[in-house]
Design a protein around this ligand. Sequence first.
Ligand code: DX5
Ligand code: ZN
Length: 216
Amino acid sequence: MKACVAPSLLAADFADLKSEMDMINRSECDWLHIDIMDGVFVPNISFGFPVLKHVARLCRKPLDVHLMIVQPEKFIAEVKALGALTMNVHLEACTHLHRVVQQIKESGMKAGVTLNPATPVAMLEDIITELDVVMLMSVNPGFGGQKFIEHTLDKVRQLRNLVDRRGASALIEVDGGVNRDTGRRLREAGVDILVAGSAVFKAPDPIAEISALKNL
Ligand code: DX5
Ligand code: ZN
């Protein structure tokens, strides 16, 4: 099976979102990855719902929303109103992760749980069978264009093992520093979904880059 590729909006030209969304719509990408930050959970702020409403209107690909915010459960209705396919929350941001996952699923979205680089895969042992997606951060969240953390490859193998051992159906997604080189090695380790910001939007030919990532 080909990789699922989700370009990250964070690396797009915000002054020309219309053209960027035209590119996304014409490309072979599967999802558009959207990073929402609050300046509290991560040391940066990206964009909020008033802007995303217009992105959602222009984008014909399913939206994969990655919330880097505290208390993400407060925004389930807003994410749903965007028409999102997947809502990804950080394990480190949810005291009652099980409840948040149920609420996301009850709202009709796929539930994704994201782990920071220092959070062990074993933390998912008691919830893995409830999840549609697990996303491993391969950089510290908050900024695009960072270097891939190599230990992520070990975590992908551990997660693949956990998913298979528990008979779970969660897809494995990786976010941060993904390019053709790291993407190929991630695919070999068992990743289903590649998120790529700079590698796609800063490429001379973003459509060709998306195609290359899909065919790794
Ligand atoms: C980082 C974000 C990523 C980011 C990836 O906090 O979650 O989605 O856009 O950017 P690249 O691909 O440039 O590392
Ligand atoms: Zn992200």
